[in-house]
Design a protein around this ligand. Structure first.
Ligand code: HEC
Length: 597
C-alpha cells in the first residue's frame, strides 16, 4: 500500500510541475512578445538600447520586430543583413538544415548555421553584441538593457517564434483557398475559376515527384517544391453571414493563405476574417477591399489598390485641383454597396479640399426611371460622379445627357471592359477614373499573359481581372520559391512587401531588354526561357511549356498597373489613377497624368 502511494507521488509530481510550468508559459511568451513587438519590458518600462555606442533607442524604436520582422526571419537594412532569429535559427541543433534567402538582390545568400544559443550566450549577444561564435556583431544590432526577467521572457518568445510551419502547410503540400462573393456574374466567375484550375494543374504537373523541376540548388536541398491544393469557397447570402461561412470552411480545411479572390460588391467581411485568423489574403480582384477604419492595424491583406475609394479620391483631386476650373456644384449618384463606398470616399476627399458634395442615392433597382428623376436635379456647370456598376450602366441607354454637365464613371465599378459599351450619346460627356495603365502602354506588359492564355486555350474575357489573377498566381510562385522552407504566414507577407517593388522594376527592365534584343513582344518569353532556364514558353513552344507548366518563375511579372510597390507594413500596391475619355473612334485617351491623391 505504502509502496503504491510513493510510486503514485513520484509519478505525479513531475507531472504536476510540468503542468504548472506550461500554465506559466503563455504569460512568459506574452511578456516576451511585448518586448519583441512593442518594446515594453516585463516591468512595464520602455525597452532601452544603444546603437553604435551612442545613439539611444527607446520603446517601439528599439523593439526587435523593427529589424528582425514579425516572423523573426530578418531582413536587409541597407546592405546589412539582419539575421533570422526564430526558433529554428537561434536554437538549431547540429544537423538541422535551415536556410534563408537573406537578400533577394544578391541571389540565394544562405544563412550559416551556428551552435544553439543558450541563456548566457543569448544575454551576451543582446547586452554586449557578442555572437555565439565570439564574433562582435555588427554595430547595427543595438545593445539592450535587459534584466533576468526580460531575458527569460524574450527567450520563451523566441523559442516559439516561427518554430513550425503555419497551418495549411505540410512537407509535401500547401493549401490555399480562393473566395468568390455571390454578386459576381457568371462570365467573370467562370473565367476566374478556369484560370485558377488551369494554373493549378500546370503547377502540380511541374512539381510532381518525377517531374520535379530543380529551380535552384537551395530549393532542391530544402525540398521546398510542394504540391498546391486549392479549394474554391463560393459564398452565398448576405455579407453579414460570410464571416461564419468562412470560419466553417476554414475549420474543415485550414489554409495557408487565400490566393486571389473575386468580388464585385464588398470584400470587407473576407478581409476581417483574414485579420482575425491571421490568414494572408493575397491580391484578390476586388473593388472594396476592407472596411477602411481597421486598416491601421491590418497586416494580413495585400491588395492591388484601395479600389473604388482610391478612384473617388483621385477624382476629387482632379476636379478640385488648382489647375482645373472648379465645377459649380459637385453631385454624385450611387445605387449599390460598392457605389456607396465610392460616394463616401468622394465626399470625404472633397470635404478635405473645402467642398461639399450633394449626394443622391438611388435604390439598387431604381432603373432608368429612377436615374432619370435624379438627373432632373442636374444643371449646366455641374460635375456629376455616377458611381454606377456594370449592369447599371445600361440605365443610360435611351436617355439624353443634360447639356453643359460633366459626368464621371469608375472603371473598376463598371469593370473597365464596358468602357466601349457606353450609350453613344453619353460618350462625349463622360470621363472615367482609370486606375490601370493605358491600353497602348500595357500591351507589351501583358504579352506573357496573352501567350499563356492562348496556350491554355482560355479566352480573354476581362483583361483587368485576368491580368490580376495571373499576377497574383505568379507572385505567389515567386515568393514561395524565395521563402525556401520557411513557410510562415508573417514571412509570406514580409517577403511580398520586400519583393513587389524590386520584382516589378527588375522584371520590367528584363522584359524591355528582351524586347529590344528580339524586336517582338511575343518572343520575350522564349528569350527569358533561354536566359533563365525557368519560364513559361510562348505559344509555339508547347513542349517546354509542358515541362515548366505554371511555374512561371523569374521571367514574368509586370501587370496591368503602371507601378506596384509595397513597403514594410503597406497593403495597397498601386496608388493612383488616370482620368480618361473614349474618343469617337473608340480609343482611350488620357486627360490627366497618373494622379496619386
Ligand atoms: C536596429 C536593428 C536591430 C534591432 C532593433 C535588433 N536587432 Fe538583432 N540583429 C541586428 C543585426 C543587423 C544583426 C546581425 C549582426 C551581425 O551578424 O553582425 C542582429 C543579430 C542578432 C542576433 C545574433 C544572431 C546570430 O545569428 O548570431 C540576435 C540573437 C539578435 N539579433 C536578437 C535580437 C533581439 C532579441 C532584439 C530585440 C530585443 C534585436 N535583436 C533587435 C539588428 C537588430
Amino acid at each position: 500500500m505504502m509502496f503504491t502511494t510513493v510510486r503514485f507521488w513520484t509519478l505525479l509530481l513531475p507531472l504536476l510541475i510540468a503542468v504548472a510550468a506550461t500554465a506559466a508559459e503563455p504569460d512568459l511568451v506574452e511578456q516576451g512578445r511585448r518586448i519583441y513587438v512593442e518594446g515594453v519590458r516585463v516591468s512595464g518600462q520602455p525597452l532601452q538600447a544603444t546603437r553604435d555606442g551612442t545613439v539611444s533607442l527607446s520603446g517601439p524604436q528599439a523593439a526587435c520586430m523593427g529589424c528582425h520582422r514579425a516572423s523573426g526571419m530578418g531582413s536587409v537594412e541597407g546592405s546589412q543583413p539582419v539575421s533570422p532569429i526564430g526558433r529554428r535559427y537561434l536554437f538549431a541543433q547540429e544537423g538541422d538544415l535551415v536556410m534563408a534567402n537573406m537578400d533577394g538582390r544578391r541571389g540565394k545568400t544562405l544563412n550559416q548555421t551556428h551552435a544553439p544559443y543558450g541563456d548566457e550566450t543569448l544575454a551576451l549577444a543582446l547586452r554586449q553584441g557578442i555572437g555565439i561564435d565570439g564574433r562582435t556583431l555588427s554595430a547595427v544590432m543595438p545593445h539592450f538593457a535587459l534584466d533576468a526577467h526580460d531575458m527569460s521572457a524574450l527567450k520563451a518568445y523566441l523559442q516559439q517564434l516561427s518554430s513550425d510551419y503555419s497551418p495549411g502547410v505540410s512537407k509535401q503540400t500547401i493549401r490555399f483557398a480562393t473566395v468568390i462573393t455571390p454578386d459576381v456574374s457568371d462570365a467573370r466567375r467562370a473565367i476566374f475559376k478556369a484560370m485558377l484550375q488551369s494554373a493549378l494543374v500546370a503547377k502540380n504537373s511541374s512539381t510532381a515527384p518525377r517531374k520535379r523541376y530543380m529551380s535552384s540548388a537551395a530549393s532542391f536541398v530544402t525540398q521546398t517544391e510542394r504540391r498546391w491544393e486549392l479549394q474554391v469557397w463560393e459564398l452565398t447570402g448576405a455579407p453579414q453571414t460570410w464571416g461564419a461561412q468562412l470560419q466553417q470552411h476554414y475549420r474543415d480545411w485550414p489554409v495557408f493563405a487565400l490566393l486571389s479572390g473575386l468580388s464585385d460588391s464588398t470584400w470587407a467581411p473576407v478581409d476581417a476574417f483574414c485579420q482575425a485568423q491571421q490568414v494572408p489574403c493575397w491580391f484578390p480582384s476586388v473593388g472594396v477591399p476592407s472596411a477602411g477604419a481597421a486598416d491601421a492595424n491590418a497586416t494580413y491583406g495585400l491588395y492591388f489598390s484601395r479600389g473604388v475609394s482610391l478612384e473617388a479620391a483621385v477624382l476629387a483631386r482632379e476636379l478640385l485641383g488648382t489647375h482645373n476650373a472648379a465645377p459649380k456644384r459637385l453631385l454624385q449618384m450611387q445605387a449599390s454597396h460598392a457605389g456607396g463606398v465610392a460616394a463616401q470616399a468622394f465626399d470625404q476627399s472633397a470635404r478635405t479640399q473645402g467642398r461639399n458634395v450633394q449626394s443622391l442615392s438611388l435604390a439598387a433597382d431604381a432603373g432608368p426611371s429612377g436615374l432619370r428623376r435624379a438627373l432632373q436635379q442636374v444643371r449646366a456647370g455641374d460635375a456629376v460622379a455616377l458611381w454606377l456598376n456594370a449592369p447599371q450602366l445600361e440605365w443610360l441607354a435611351g436617355m439624353t445627357p443634360p447639356s453643359g454637365v460633366k459626368f464621371y464613371l469608375s472603371s473598376s465599378l463598371t469593370q473597365a471592359s464596358t468602357t466601349q459599351q457606353l450609350a453613344p450619346g453619353w460618350r462625349s460627356v463622360v470621363q472615367w477614373v482609370y486606375p490601370y495603365e493605358l491600353p497602348h502602354k500595357r500591351e507589351a506588359n501583358l504579352a506573357y499573359l496573352h501567350s499563356w492564355l492562348k496556350l491554355r486555350d482560355l479566352p480573354l474575357v476581362d483583361e483587368v481581372l485576368q491580368s490580376e489573377v495571373f499576377f497574383a498566381l505568379n507572385l505567389m510562385t515567386d515568393t514561395l520559391q524565395d521563402m525556401l522552407d520557411n513557410l510562415y504566414r508573417d514571412y509570406l507577407i514580409e517577403r511580398a512587401q520586400d519583393m513587389v517593388s524590386k520584382r516589378e522594376s527588375g522584371k520590367a527592365e528584363q522584359e524591355s531588354r528582351d524586347r529590344h534584343t528580339l524586336g517582338r513582344a511575343g518572343r520575350t518569353v522564349v528569350n527569358a526561357e533561354l536566359a533563365h532556364g525557368s519560364a513559361i514558353a510562348d505559344a509555339s513552344s508547347a513542349v517546354a511549356t509542358q515541362r515548366r507548366a505554371f511555374a512561371l518563375g523569374d521571367s514574368t511579372g509586370t501587370s496591368i498597373y503602371p507601378r506596384l510597390s509595397l513597403g514594410p507594413g503597406q497593403r495597397f500596391a498601386s496608388k493612383g489613377a488616370y482620368i480618361v475619355h473614349v474618343s469617337a473612334d473608340g480609343a482611350l485617351v488620357a486627360d490627366s497624368d497618373w494622379t496619386v491623391p
